[in-house]
Design a protein around this ligand. Structure first.
Ligand code: NDP
Length: 291
């Protein structure tokens, strides 16, 4: 049996199309476009690529994109004062500070300085608390995208066993909260968890967010399970190649024979993250406008 491939690219394209409709309606009703400010400190090559595609897709969706590029030696105080200016700027609905920040800046302090209503990355402790308490807030983009993919494969999650591999603030913990809110029975696993393969074999829904290439083997997976692979890992290049292959945290070729549905890497969770950033920006814009 071969699993259904969950097409993150197609689902993300649908979300972006919806975001474009919402952006046009917002602009028509409010007389201004919804706006996303993206702050990049330094010149980490991967961050530059992410930021460039966020800016491009924000504009294509019909929103205003405000880019702020700061040199790597920017002080924490200067970054805090930029965040304060963006918080006060009425044309800015969402603020995204690209992580990681240079080592001399405390990311936690920067995230806490963002107005939670503009925190489209959903990382402010107030938004994390709101998610935990079942209150309206902004949900981190990758977990939100992962959850939309789970729901595309299993319409009724209630009562299913879900195992989340990884407990980061960015991915694992919020994914666990979203699954719990959908009435799954959730087990959070991490680097100290005993007998991961046995635990995973019990999962109707398995979300892998560990950052270990192809760690989850085919025989860890319960037949018919829904597998969401959040991991993005680049392998060492093969001889004669400049770049190594991108793989997830799941050994796809093995898992596809056992799972009921599975996300590929690339083309699974990855495209959902930016689509959910656009969705969150419009959500923030509507709420700030009182809609
Ligand atoms: P972190 O490094 O912050 O967290 C990794 C988690 O995995 C930790 O909780 C860690 O446990 C756990 N872990 C590490 N090794 C093992 C192991 N051998 N067995 C069990 N658990 C283990 O990573 P992130 O959550 O930020 O990211 C995870 C993956 O998702 C990465 O590959 C990243 O590139 C990818 N990612 C993809 C995104 C997308 O858009 N698709 C966006 C964000 C991330 P412990 O807490 O005990 O240390």
């Amino acid at each position: 049996m071969s699993a259904t491939i969950i097409d993150g690219k197609a689902i993300a394209a649908g979300l972006r199309a919806q975001a474009a409709e919402d952006a046009a309606r917002f602009a028509a009703e409010r007389g201004r476009k919804a706006g996303l400010a993206v702050v990049l400190v330094g010149n980490d090559p991967a961050s530059e690529v992410y930021v460039a595609s966020k800016v491009k897709l924000t504009r294509e969706t019909g929103m205003e994109s405000f880019g702020h590029r700061l040199p790597a030696e920017t002080s924490e105080a200067d970054l805090l004062s930029l965040v304060a200016r963006l918080n006060a700027d009425e044309s800015v609905d969402g603020i995204l500070v690209q992580l990681p920040l240079p080592g001399h800046i405390d990311s936690g302090r920067i995230i806490e300085a963002i107005d939670p209503r503009k925190d489209v990355d959903g990382l402010h402790p107030e938004n994390a608390g709101r998610l935990m308490n079942g209150l309206q807030g902004l949900v981190p983009c990758t977990p939100l995208g992962s959850m939309i993919l789970v729901e595309s494969a299993v319409p009724d999650i209630s009562g299913l066993n879900a195992v989340v591999l990884g407990r980061s603030v960015l991915v694992g913990k919020p994914v666990g909260q979203l699954l719990l809110a959908a009435n799954a029975t959730v087990t959070m696993a991490h680097s100290r968890t005993a007998d991961l393969p046995a635990l995973c074999r019990n999962a109707d829904i398995l979300v892998a967010a560990v950052g270990r290439p192809e760690m989850v083997r085919g025989d860890w997976i319960k037949p018919g399970a829904v597998v969401i692979d959040v991991g993005i890992n680049r392998l060492a290049p093969e001889p004669g190649r400049e770049k190594g292959r991108l793989v997830g945290d799941v050994a796809f070729a093995e898992a596809v024979d056992v799972a009921g549905a599975i996300t590929p890497v690339p083309g699974g969770v990855g495209p959902m993250t930016i689509a959910c950033l656009l969705k969150n920006t419009l959500t923030a814009a509507r709420r700030r406008a009182g809609g």
